[in-house]
Design a protein around this ligand. Structure first.
Ligand code: F6P
Length: 322
């Protein structure tokens, strides 16, 4: 059965571009003759019934805004069989017969469980980490990278003026994509990611000393959050090289700000695709990008995929930033 009333929610960490996805879901839903409900604060909103009907104007002036107009949350209660059942019962009570979930893998597990409890769900990948195995791109990644690059360019000015080394932590608990791309773009001497083990002497100290001999006097080391310990690393680097070293954690600034063109466009396409799937009576699908195309996969299969890190690009980064 195809959905007549659909709901949209954002769940997990927010990401720039989520608003563009919400806008696409609402507008394409309504123009296809569906009723569209907004759910506040992720699955929590389904549990508490914090749901409101949206119209074409509910999503005006949000395409350029970071964050999510629906707010977001991680919901421990929903992560239990009783929670899923309660959310499904609420959907039935509210007449919701399809849900679009914008978030990461954790949110997709919720979407799979809610589908299992009788409410068809479609996932859209939204997270700045780009850590969803089934999709080569996640909404928010491009904006976060560009924000990180802007911040590190500023850091570079002062690092260079003082002949210092800056050790910079960028987000990414399990995934080094943000660190890798950002590291290339800022010309980092070394990039540390959770996917590749590193040797402190060989990968940091020796590289710095080698480039020092060629005349280099300031250094940027990019560290993914999943590797961490930037303060300790900075201390050890300073002790060994006698180069003044500072640690900077970029943190949540990377999650905010106006989404880039890429995030707005991909989010719009994915939102449209998700509504089409629900209109066609499909469920338990996740909208993904593969080979630059927007396609959809079974959520359960998508969740079983394993991510591959771009080791070749990692090698290139270290070959040219010397
Ligand atoms: O959304 C992904 C992410 O930003 C990760 O990079 C980071 O590890 C995590 O979320 C931080 O979560 P929180 O906002 O709960 O501190």
């Amino acid at each position: 059965m195809s959905a007549k009333t659909i709901a949209v929610l954002t769940s997990g960490g927010d990401a720039p571009g989520m608003n563009a996805a919400i806008r696409a879901v609402v507008r394409s839903g309504i123009t296809s003759g569906l009723r569209v409900m907004g759910v506040r604060r992720g699955y929590n909103g389904l549990l508490t019934g914090d749901v409101f009907e949206m119209n074409l104007r509910s999503v005006s002036d949000i395409i350029h805004r970071g964050g999510t107009m629906l707010y977001t949350a991680r919901s421990p209660e929903f992560n239990t069989p009783e929670g899923v059942q309660k959310a499904a019962d609420q959907c039935r009570r509210l007449g919701i017969d399809g849900v679009v979930v914008i978030g990461g893998d954790g949110s997709f597990r919720g979407a799979r469980d809610l589908t299992g409890a009788g409410i068809p769900c479609i996932g859209i990948p939204g997270t700045i980490d780009n850590d969803i195995a089934s999709s080569e791109y996640t909404i928010g990644f491009d904006t976060a990278m560009n924000t990180a690059v802007q911040m590190i360019d500023r850091l570079r000015d002062t690092t260079e003026s003082h002949d210092r080394c800056s050790v910079v932590e960028v987000m990414g608990r399990r995934c080094g994509d943000l660190a890798l791309q950002t590291g290339i773009a800022v010309g980092a001497t070394t990039i540390l990611v959770p996917e590749v083990p590193y040797d402190f002497q060989k990968d940091i100290i020796e590289r710095m000393q080698f480039t020092q001999k060629t005349g280099k006097k300031h250094f940027i080391i990019i560290v993914a959050e999943g590797v961490g310990h930037v303060a300790e690393l900075a201390d050890s680097i300073e002790k060994q090289t006698r180069i003044e070293t500072r640690a900077t954690v970029l943190g949540h600034v990377q999650r905010g700000g106006s989404p880039t063109l890429r995030d707005r466009v991909v989010a719009s396409e994915m939102g449209f695709h998700a509504v089409q799937l629900l209109s066609e009576g499909k469920s338990n699908r996740v909208v993904v990008m593969q080979k630059s195309e927007i396609i959809d996969l079974d959520i359960t299969e998508a969740l079983q995929m394993t991510r591959t890190f771009d080791v070749e690009l990692y090698k290139i980064a270290h070959k040219i930033s010397i």
